[in-house]
Design a protein around this ligand. Sequence first.
Ligand SMILES: O=c1ccn([C@H]2C[C@H](O)[C@@H](COP(=O)(O)OP(=O)(O)OP(=O)(O)O)O2)c(=O)[nH]1
Length: 151
Amino acid sequence: MQALQVKILDPRIGRELPFPSYATEGSAGLDLRALLDAPLVLAPGETQLIRTGLAIYIADPGFAGLILPRSGLGHKHGIVLGNLVGLIDADYQGELMISCWNRGHTAFTLEPGERLAQYVLVPVVQARFEVVDEFHATARGSGGFGSSGRQ
Ligand SMILES: O=c1ccn([C@H]2C[C@H](O)[C@@H](COP(=O)(O)OP(=O)(O)OP(=O)(O)O)O2)c(=O)[nH]1
């Protein structure tokens, strides 16, 4: 388990909205809730940047955060992320923001405190790049996009 520093940026968190926590022992994602003053209607096709009231400072460059959609909202209501996936850098100290996109065909009302997305901490490896003229040959070479298995 990795310790992370969290700043609570809004007094409603801990009162009207619970402190962030994992829903179950095996949860990979931490639910992120919409910090809103009032219900927000998202028209079909509309995207809004939603506050969470939380800042999570990872600090260790061996980790990053991912903001991912919640399956139920995406599948049933077409509520997904405008950036598809949010990548949170280890040195980011600002508020976690959720780009909320209604990709569906009907308006969706987002309620204050609604669980909108999830935050997953993942290990990352920063690469050191070495410029070369030739790569060591491989069976695949530069074939891609369905090239394997063709006669
Ligand atoms: O869904 C997201 C995505 C990003 N961020 C924050 C954390 C991240 O570290 C920072 C920058 O994100 P990213 O690098 O993806 O944005 P950019 O468009 O490349 O802008 P920048 O020039 O600030 O890196 O914005 C969020 O709060 N939510």
